[in-house]
Design a protein around this ligand. Structure first.
Ligand code: RP5
Length: 163
């Protein structure tokens, strides 16, 4: 059986963990191996660059990068890898995460970052799984099951309203 590629979940500070842990949890629920690290574009730039440069060779399929304020982490990681990078803007400033959203999403042409909503950790994990599922039938099946459960949950609530 094929080995599922790892997802890296990188956060700019351990203060991002309460939000980012939802991504780790969701990936584990899909049975996807996940490695979480604190790494900063500003405080540990050499480590961030080295991690991204070696990520593909180290068995990662997708990188998720979460950062707040002047959120350059996802962009810096994307600059050093051809792996898909998903950015989570974190609401950790007086600007309520709008600063991080713009810093993460407004990448220059040539270096894309797939940016989810402010604090959108769960969606980042689902998107990472969808990318891996293109070449991983086991992950694809878990996604199909998740969507089915979601639909059934909504239909149940709808039926309860009618009663
Ligand atoms: C960003 O600055 C981090 O991603 C975090 O969201 C924010 C605050 O970091 P700390 O000062 O709490 O370490 O780089």
């Amino acid at each position: 059986m094929q080995q599922t590629k790892k997802v890296a979940v990188i956060m700019g500070s351990d203060s991002d963990l309460p939000v980012v842990s939802a991504a780790v949890k969701q990936l584990k629920e899909f049975g996807i191996p996940v490695e979480a690290h604190v790494m900063s574009a500003h405080r540990t730039p050499a480590q961030a660059m080295a991690f991204a440069s070696n990520a593909k060779d180290n068995g990662f399929g997708v990188i998720i990068a979460a950062a707040g304020k002047a959120a350059h982490l996802a962009g810096v990681l994307a600059a050093h890898t051809t792996l898909p990078v998903i950015g989570i803007p974190i609401k950790s400033s007086t600007l309520d995460g709008l600063d991080a959203l713009l810093a993460t999403v407004q990448m220059p042409s040539g270096i894309p970052v797939a940016t989810v909503a402010i604090d959108g950790a769960k969606n980042a994990a689902i998107l990472a799984a969808q990318i891996l599922a293109l070449s991983d039938e086991g992950v694809a099946e878990k996604l199909t099951a998740m969507k089915k459960d979601m639909t059934e949950g909504v239909l149940k609530k709808d039926a309860a309203l009618e009663g």
